[in-house]
Design a protein around this ligand. Sequence first.
Ligand code: AMP
Ligand code: ZN
Length: 193
Amino acid sequence: MTENQCIFCGIIAGKIPAKKVYEDSYVIAILDINPRNPGHTLVIPKDHAGTIFEMKNEDIGNVFQSVRNVAVKAINAMKAQGANIVQSNGAVAGQMVPHVHFHVIPRFANEGPVSIEAVLQVKKMNEEMLDKIAEKIESAELENPSDIEKGIEEAVERAVPEPKKPVKEKTDFSPAKKKSKKEEELEEIDFNF
Ligand code: AMP
Ligand code: ZN
């Protein structure tokens, strides 16, 4: 999708109407047209980038400061007790609009379900698997500028808003059926890494 066809670029340019609640040099913030709670706001960087990986290094700090400011405004205006700040990269992560954006969703004491488990089921992983995952993430070198650039390139390639080829589902994410203790012990998750 080019910037010309991008709905959020259209809103930033004032060509598409939106309920704007905040604007500074780096972002605009608008009410989401499908509010999950009162005050559900999208904070949209003005500079078009598909995912967070494509954002300019020098923009990230400023944009996140604006996100925090919008969250404070939304929490106080809605008299909320907390807020989720949610940001999705890539179609597999649920990103629908391919222009990076942050959801600010005020949260209230009298609502539920409250946590991330309501969206993503807890996966069973044994000690060995957790060690393997920790080792893989820790050893992904990002110390030199060239490592960072290479890492970003790889992440951009992966986190395409629309998958280039169908993603093969290797993990069974269906709701857990009642399993015997034995079955639970035998259960293995194949994450294909
Ligand atoms: P996602 O890409 O999954 O992070 O979600 C995109 C969000 O953008 C959804 O919550 C939509 O309701 C919202 N959205 C899409 N188009 C508009 C629009 N024209 N004005 C306000 N919100 C929008
Ligand atoms: Zn855009």
